[in-house]
Ligand binder design. Structure first.
Ligand SMILES: [Zn+2]
Length: 269
């Protein structure tokens, strides 16, 4: 089959950071992406092209016209027919790389399905548009000792932080102990979002995913912040909170439904 043609990944294989062994490792990896809108679309496309063997993506939304400026998996006909994002994403990703397994589910991640969606994933990527789901991802990944990458974009700014339970790194709640109250932070609806900011942050998330899958995570965990318009970038040092309710005390309030916190805040703060 031409899709499996030898040399497909040669430009990755010659990279010392990946090499043929790394490429085989990617082919044997499973990534779960929570959402396939702006961040998730870029991540999924990069990882599909990189040859990650299995992509599982959950998103219950449908394609809208106002998604097209930043959600690269979708085109005008998808918005015209108001198609499910999961359906349109699967169609495009399979045309990009037919040699990988693409599983898309037209559902949102919730406390009832979260563990089963992520149980066999090697890493989880945040591409959600609300804090409720991010805290849920954090609970599940800390409980299952699974790496995940938090990210958010708003306006011209974005941030990224890997959470590595296996290395005792800080978790989302060590850094942002409780979800922001509704109405206290800007949303993409009110503040807008620059498509280039999404591309940068999603690319960093995908890079972290590849590094973690290849067993080469960053030595120091930090919260990376970028403002693409101002061309300013910084890495804030973060520390584990020894009293963190999630990673230290292993109380999974969001997974167990004890902390409903629907903020409806679009990507990031
Ligand atoms: Zn923590």
């Amino acid at each position: 089959m031409t899709a499996s043609v030898e040399g497909r990944y040669v430009r990755h294989e010659v990279l010392p950071e990946i090499g043929p062994a790394g490429q085989r490792k990617l082919a044997g990896s499973t990534v779960f992406i929570a959402g396939c809108g702006a961040l998730g679309g870029f991540q999924a496309e990069l990882l599909a092209r990189a040859g990650v063997g299995r992509l599982r993506i959950a998103d219950g939304d449908r394609v809208e016209w106002h998604n097209l400026h930043r959600q690269i998996l979708f085109q005008e006909s998808d918005a015209e027919s108001h198609v499910l994002k999961a359906e349109a994403a699967a169609h495009r990703l399979r045309r990009i790389n037919s040699t990988i397994a693409v599983e898309t589910l037209a559902i949102d991640v919730n406390p009832r399905n979260a563990e089963s969606l992520m149980a066999d994933a090697d890493i989880v990527l945040d591409a959600t548009d609300n804090f409720e789901t991010r805290y849920l991802l954090n609970d599940v990944c800390i409980k299952l000792r699974k790496p995940w990458v938090y990210a958010g974009v708003i306006g011209t700014r974005g941030m990224v932080m890997p959470v590595l339970p296996g290395l005792n790194g800080p978790c989302l709640r060590c850094v942002i102990p409780t979800p922001p109250k509704p109405g206290t932070i800007p949303t993409a609806d009110t503040a807008g979002v620059l498509n280039c900011a999404v591309a940068l942050i999603a690319s960093l998330e995908a890079t972290l995913a590849v590094r973690i899958l290849l067993g080469a995570p960053p030595a120091e965990i930090g919260l990376f912040h970028a403002n693409v318009w101002k061309m300013s970038f910084d890495l804030m040092k973060v520390r584990r909170d020894e009293q963190c309710p999630c990673c230290a005390l292993r109380s999974f309030e969001f997974l167990e439904g004890r902390r409903p916190c629907r903020t409806d805040q679009s990507i990031g703060r």
